[in-house]
Design a protein around this ligand. Structure first.
Ligand SMILES: [Zn+2]
Ligand SMILES: [Zn+2]
Length: 368
């Protein structure tokens, strides 16, 4: 096989902006200082870029976790172009392959099995990906005129936003150089690496509470830098969920944007995996980890019995839930509240809740 050719545009873009951010920016800061409005504007640009990638490129377009009004899609397309991570079409097509072939050395475009450097940035520096221009897995997105428009005018958009927006900011604050350095260069470098951490660190550092079939990790610290995308283990098993952090207190600003958008008519059709499916995945892993750790046969047997009981109830509950879905689809006029399936569903739900409580108690007792 031929050696992959270097992609010079990317190599120069990443290295020159990085060097400028660690030399020119601090030098200017020490010599002349930055004002609070310089920082504020750079911070806002960083937020708009980051969330355009997480809420737009990622959860909306790659995973279709919800639907968004055209004005919101346009917002994401423009600020996403400014983030300079390629067009929506390129980004989503690669990301869908990342999920389908996660960790595969050749087929996952930023496979974590090739190490930190490759998954972080190395994959963009040379022509490693033979399918980089294969858009067969994003046919659905070609129907979105905003996606097509952004792809067609990607380069002018990148230049207009990355030069134009900081220039405008500089005219407002009265200091164009400071704006170009902070809102231009430093903002771009931080925005790049915060996103890149999701492909690198979020596949290396953290816990795997939902699945160990891939390298993706849950990590609350990374969530702080990645607008909520640090809960990557959950995301890889339930990719259609509009949330990554499922608890209300999990730091996931992307989820909050999508949620509040639904309250003002900007987003709709928010997809959520059922609580019991999530808990089932968690219990499966807890049982697996406990089996590896527990040496006392008696304790293991107790845990196994409870695990079997929960699995059984969960299985029945999902069957009943499926029947309910069918009924809902057929739009049968029968009154759901008084139907047998509803009673069965509610009974199984409370049984599951009870069994889950017992499970947590037994696990805590046996593992200490
Ligand atoms: Zn991933
Ligand atoms: Zn994803």
């Amino acid at each position: 096989m031929d050696k992959p050719r270097r992609i010079w545009v990317n190599t120069l873009l990443f290295s020159l902006t990085f060097v400028a951010a660690v030399t020119l920016v601090p030098w200017y800061g020490f010599q002349y200082g930055f004002s609070s409005s310089d920082w504020l504007i750079a911070g806002l640009f960083l937020i708009f870029n980051g969330t355009a990638i997480t809420a737009g490129y990622h959860r909306l377009w790659s995973h279709k976790a919800y639907e968004a009004h055209w004005s919101m899609r346009l917002w994401f397309a423009v600020w996403g172009a400014m983030a300079t991570q390629n067009s929506i079409m390129h980004w989503t097509s690669g990301h869908r392959r990342h999920h389908t072939f996660v960790d595969d050395y050749d087929k996952d475009p930023y496979s974590a099995s090739r190490g930190f450097w490759f998954s972080h940035i190395g994959w963009m520096l040379k022509e490693y990906d033979p399918k980089a221009n294969d858009f067969s897995n994003i046919k659905d997105l070609k129907r979105d005129p905003i996606v097509v428009w952004q792809h067609r005018f990607y380069l002018p958009l990148v230049l207009a936003t990355n030069i134009g927006f900081p220039l405008l900011a500089g005219l407002m604050t009265g200091n164009i150089v400071a704006a170009l350095l902070l809102a231009g260069v430093l903002r771009l470098v931080l925005s790049h690496h915060f996103t890149f951490f999701i492909n690198s660190l979020a596949h290396i550092w953290g816990k795997r509470p939902f699945t160990d079939k891939n390298t993706a990790r849950d990590n609350g610290v990374l969530a702080l830098l990645t607008w909520g995308e640090g809960y990557h283990n959950f995301h890889h098993i339930f990719q259609y969920d509009y949330r990554n952090g499922i608890r209300w207190w999990h730091y996931d600003p992307t989820k909050w944007i999508i949620y509040f958008g639904s309250k003002v008519g900007l987003t709709k059709g928010l997809r959520k995996v059922s609580h019991y499916r999530i808990e089932k995945a968690r219990i499966d892993m807890q049982f697996k980890y406990a089996s590896e750790k527990l040496t006392c046969q008696q304790a293991l047997q107790t845990l196994e019995e409870q695990y079997q009981a929960i699995s059984q109830t969960w299985h029945e509950w999902s069957n009943v839930r499926q029947k309910w879905m069918v009924l809902k689809k057929q739009e049968l006029k029968q009154n759901w509240e008084t139907s047998d399936i509803h009673t069965q569903y509610e009974e199984l739900k409370s049984l599951l809740q009870e069994q889950q409580k017992q499970w947590q108690l037994a696990r805590a007792g046996l593992l200490t």
